[in-house]
Each structure stands twice: as C-alpha cells, then as structure tokens.
Design a protein around this ligand. Sequence first.
Ligand code: SAM
Length: 207
Amino acid sequence: MPRRTGSSKRWQARQERDIYVEQANRAGWRSRAVFKLEQIQAKERLLTPGTLCVDLGSAPGSWSQLAVQLVGARGRVIAVDLLAMEAIAGVEFLQADFTTPETVAKLKQMLSGIAVDLVMSDMAPNISGNRAMDQPRSVALLEEALLFATEVLKPGGNLLVKAFQGEGIDAFTRDLRRHFATVKTIKPKASRPESREIYLLARTYGM
Ligand SMILES: C[S@@+](CC[C@H](N)C(=O)[O-])C[C@H]1O[C@@H](n2cnc3c(N)ncnc32)[C@H](O)[C@@H]1O
C-alpha cells in the first residue's frame, strides 16, 4: 500500500470530519460537491424541467446526478471530463480535455445546433500548491468556459463557474459583464470557508 503523505493524511482526516461527505455518502451522491450546486439551485433555480445543460468538469458526477433529476425527461445533461465517469442514466458523457478545439467541436456536434440554457463548470486544474502557477491555469479554464458559453448559449441563457479568488478574477468578472445582464459571486455554505473557491453566476446571456 502506498504511504500517505502528510497532506493526503490531513485531507483524509478532514473528509472524515466533514458532515457533507457523510451526507453525500448516505444519500448516494458521488461527491460532497453536490451540496454546493444544491444550495445555489435553492436560491437561483437554474435547472428546471426541460433545461438543456452542459456540465464541464463533471467527474465523479454529483452535479450531473442532481442536474438530470431536475431537468427531467424533457431536458438534457451533457457532461465532459478529463477523467472517466461511471455512467449516469440520462447523462450524455464525453471523456476529453475540454480545452481542446476537438472537444469543443464534439460537444457542438452533440448539441447539433440546439442552443443551451445553462453552462455550468466545476472545473479546477490540478493544484500544484504554487499559486503563481495555479491561478493563471484556473483563469484560463474560466476563459475557455466563457468562450464556449458565448458560442452555445441561447439568448437569456446562464453560466455558472467555479473560480478561485485572486489575480485575474476581477478582469474575468468584467468580461462576464460584457456578455451577461447580471453577474454575482456566490460562496455556498458547502464550500469550505478556508478555501478561495467561489462561484460566479452570470445570468441572461446576450440581452
Ligand atoms: C471538483 S471536480 C468536479 C466535481 C463534480 N462537479 C461533481 O459534482 O462530481 C473538477 C473536475 O474538473 C475536471 N477538469 C479539470 N480540467 C479539465 C479539462 N481541461 N477538461 C475536462 N475536465 C477537466 C477534473 O478532471 C475534475 O474531475
């Protein structure tokens, strides 16, 4: 068995103490991340019956699990991740790097010209611990998600993205404001308070 490093032991201990991890395990959600989307959804009602949603960075799959329940049989959930994701009934999954033009072309092919109601991204780069490297990589993912959203969203559609507070976020928020009627920052309760993680919700595309 591989020896655990200090930081992975600390991660394990924190997971074991975490009420959201326990609740997710009990309810059959694949990740505690589901509670972040659930808390955003409770206020914002982004996913409703019939919503066509693209879930960027979907693995292991808890956002897709929740989304597919909320959009119902008339809706659609298209999910993409670098990692494999165990199948979820009703979710169309693509294992690929979202940042490549080939992946974006494949996603557009799956959409076959139908405009999207919601692009949501919980993507995060592999964190090296070196903020000077991690922050630009995370902002680059945000920019890719925004570009994709401007290409596939219907007028009035919404974009929800995970971001990490720090350099580049103010400029990115200004970019969002150029395309969407409103932009707000959300820190769901389930997002660890000590983390720089936030969600940016940009509503009403192109109107
Ligand atoms: C925090 S996890 C997402 C958790 C997910 N929302 C859930 O509820 O299970 C972030 C995911 O983003 C994915 N990711 C990061 N960069 C990516 C990229 N360039 N293309 C596709 N997926 C990416 C990672 O592989 C990882 O699975």
